[in-house]
Design a protein around this ligand. Structure first.
Ligand code: ADP
Ligand code: ZN
Length: 525
């Protein structure tokens, strides 16, 4: 590898005060300084900003940075100004005079970096402005926002492909922390980055410990986790709904853990206040929906906890990646249960879009379930999802307390035959709760109402306890031998169910390790 031009290294020392480039930074900087296009895939905290900031300082002209993080632009620009970099931004929060000042500075070449909200790009006035100044490069931050499948999709990002047509000589650098092959390809095509060199960094975050536990009494489990492992630490707790965000924040506050809520239903000022408290205070916990976190640069986030199952491994990886940007040991903790699967299936079934879209969402969920139910190293599994090979890490729950595998073929057959019976004899479908009651031979009112106590399978599953049956259901779902559908999470067979029922296939299941089983009990007071 050749050394970067000394001007780049000099800028790194002089302006940013750092000794050396990290990882791919030097190669990327060199490539862009020389006028090449680049697509940079680097995990959160990997150091993407310098990859465009330094070329923008080294090349003549103004570096234009497109970023969807309008709320953070002021902070970013202030930070750069403190280093003596001439930076400005243009977005909807400014009045006419403020905008005018920035535009003048751009035209006269008194700026090094100009941050721009994506919606300004489509405006003809912006194009006219660009024509009046000299641009050193276009940096497209959070480039995965161009992906229509991702939850961060911004329609304005689609217009970014026009940059190259209008200013063909200006190099472009697209950056993202989202790493799957599919997103990678989509960024490349949609932004027309045909000639771009791809820089793909390792996505391993060795200082993050991944842990996934069975969900039972989620708030209590969370409290126990925070009290025993992260007292006084800053962290993020993700919940799926606004309502559970509010409830969980109240619960934590009520139990002596300083916590604030953050979701799109709060007014902008409250959100801003909570975000800046999180950035500035020590040891504050933000309970949030996934609306929170993109672009948040807080180095000492010690844990990211999920109280609900994320929709995809990509989302999970992004969200957990907000922990430990300073390289210090941090925890990614997720509590997940059968109800998560039922709820998400229902959301997919009722989601907008065509079948292909729903299949894609289903595939994302399945990959996430496979991660939850794996008996292998979590990290190996996550990195494998991003196309990287890795040895067991020794620092995740499955490495630290390897779950036992057991042959669950007979219980799986009992469970699936119960689903078959119900379908054949009653022409009705039932959820996991009822099916487990039948297997355990419980005379509940609902069992009596449907005369399920007369079924041949009634009481044939007493060798397992209720939580163990729930684990069997979850794992059969994760392995695609069972499916859920409808509003009440009815269990139904899949194509793969037959091979289990015919004993053509062995079903290997995971036994929850002792330690996780303990944590699953309601916490002591
Ligand atoms: P990303 O955008 O990839 O999440 P950032 O660009 O915000 O990451 O960088 C993460 C942190 O690492 C920042 O605090 C940044 O100052 C620091 N950093 C980046 N590159 C270097 C380097 N070469 N040497 C030292 N610190 C660096
Ligand atoms: Zn591991």
């Amino acid at each position: 590898e050749t050394a970067p031009p000394s001007e780049a290294l000099d800028t790194l020392h002089r302006v940013f005060g750092y000794d050396a480039f990290r990882g791919d930074q030097s190669a990327i900087v060199e490539h862009v300084v020389a006028g090449g296009d680049a697509l940079v895939l680097m995990p959160t905290g990997g150091g993407k900003s310098l990859c465009y900031q330094i070329p923008a300082l080294v090349r003549p002209g103004v570096g234009v940075v497109v970023s969807p993080l309008i709320a953070l632009m002021q902070d970013q620009v202030d930070a750069l100004r403190n280093l003596g970099v001439r930076a400005g931004f243009l977005n909807s929060t400014q009045d006419f005079t403020q905008r005018q000042q920035v535009e003048d500075a751009f035209v006269t070449g008194e700026l090094d970096l100009l941050y721009l909200a994506p919606e300004r790009l489509a405006m003809e006035s912006t194009a006219r402005l660009f024509d009046r100044g000299k641009i050193s490069l276009f940096a497209i931050d959070e480039a995965h926002c161009v992906s229509q499948w991702g939850h961060d999709f911004r329609p304005e990002y689609l217009s970014l492909s026009a940059l190259h047509e209008r200013w063909p000589d200006v190099p472009r650098i697209a950056l993202t922390a989202t790493a799957t092959e599919a997103t990678h390809r989509e960024i490349s095509t949609r932004l027309k980055l045909d000639e771009a060199r791809h820089f793909v960094a390792s996505f391993d975050r060795p200082n993050i410990q991944y842990r996934i536990v069975g969900k039972n009494s989620p708030q209590r489990q969370l409290l126990e986790f925070l009290r025993t492992e992260h007292p006084g630490d800053a962290g993020i707790v993700y919940c799926l709904s606004r309502n559970s965000v509010e409830k969980t924040a109240e619960f934590l506050s009520g139990n002596g853990i300083p916590a604030v809520p953050y979701h799109a239903g709060l007014d902008a000022r409250t959100r801003e206040r909570h975000q800046s408290r999180f950035l500035r205070e020590d040891g504050l916990v933000v309970v949030a929906t996934i609306a929170f976190g993109m672009g948040i640069d807080k180095p000492d986030v010690r844990f990211v906890a999920h109280l609900d199952l994320p929709k995809s491994v990509e989302g999970y990886y992004q969200e957990t990646g907000r922990a430990g940007r300073d390289g210090q040991p941090s925890t990614a903790w997720l509590a997940y249960g059968l109800q998560d699967v039922v709820q998400q299936r229902k959301m997919i079934d009722t989601s907008e879009g065509d079948d292909a879209h729903r299949r894609k969402l289903g595939a994302h969920l399945n990959a996430m379930l496979a991660l939850c139910e794996t008996v292998e190293c979590r990290r190996t599994q996550i990195l494998g999802y991003f196309g990287e090979k890795a040895e067991p890490c020794g620092n995740c729950d499955t490495c630290l307390a390897p779950p036992e595998k057991w042959d669950g073929t007979i219980p799986a057959q009992k469970l699936l035959s119960t689903v078959v019976r119900l379908r054949n004899e009653r022409r009705q479908k039932f959820g996991a709760g009822q099916i487990i009651d039948i297997l355990l031979g419980k005379e509940t009112p609902k069992v009596q109402q449907f005369q399920h106590n007369t079924l041949k399978v009634f009481g044939i599953g007493t060798e397992l306890k209720e939580p163990e049956w729930r684990a069997v259901v979850r794992q059969l779902l994760a392995q695609g031998m069972l499916a859920v559908e409808g509003d009440y999470g009815s269990l139904v067979l899949t194509e793969d169910s037959a091979s289990v029922l015919n004993s053509e296939r062995q079903v290997m299941l995971r036994r929850e390790p002792e330690r996780a089983a303990k944590a699953a009990k309601p916490a002591r007071r």
